[in-house]
Design a protein around this ligand. Sequence first.
Ligand code: G1P
Length: 305
Amino acid sequence: MSASIRATHRHRAFRTAVVPAAGLGTRFLPTTKTVPKELLPVLDTPAIQYVAEEAAQAGADRLVLVVSPGKESVAAYFDPNPDLEAELRGQGKDALLAKVRRAPGLIQAQVAVQRKPLGLGHAVGCVEPLLAADDDAVAVLLPDDLVLPTGVLTTMGAIRQRHGGSVLCALDVPREQISAYGVFEIDDTDDPDVKRVCGMVEKPPPEAAPSTFAAAGRYLLERVVFDALRRIAPGAGGELQLTDAIALLIDEGHPVHVVVHRGERHDLGTPAGLLRASVDFALADPDVGPDLRKWLRNRVRRETA
Ligand code: G1P
């Protein structure tokens, strides 16, 4: 990355991060009867906290959680819990106290309610009345996607400073998996990790996909996207798709680029994906990693014996 791009990191690209969290979490039933999916832990910390940390690290000071009625406890996770804090302080459990205080100190959380499940585009559109006058762009982070190592949003901010318009994160995925994603039609730029987007389509069949570059749940969108969201019709799955609003902006000449993420991505939207992410985090944890590694080796050996 060039020095001029690095220098722009100091300027904040956005202050509001939007996290759509209105889904029913059907793949995690029966747990999600009472516990929102976004509060399920990766090791010991809920996915929503990782996403909030990523947004704050990239410069956001406001997190707007889009929830369906009944899922307000996702936002309550960001409230202080004075009784619990006093208890932990009294017992001298400072490390736990720091963990409990982390989320409330991180970012200011607000809620937008999506009353009907009309799609991701509709969910993002529900945030518009909460925007501030200086919200020229917003970040959207899908909490099902854990993009590692964190930092891609910061890079996306730098690319927006350079090219203007909107910037998304892309992953190069195997063609046989491409129909699970929003897919980019792209042109190369002088940077192999930055592509100009000339089209976008939601969940195409593999043979019709314009590339193998897929949207990876991180978006930095100029405010005009809210206008586009009002003008789209239901698309893939009969839902109002964020992809279709972005495609409309591209058609109307708005610059859109992607940063190609070469690292890891966990799909927390499925039980198997959440488990993999937990194992990944646990193996890297100095307290639980060594024992888990030993246990896993033995467990797999028994499987293959
Ligand atoms: C959503 C988006 C899709 C994107 C994907 C990334 O799809 O609509 O464009 O590629 O997230 O995880 P969903 O997984 O909600 O079906």
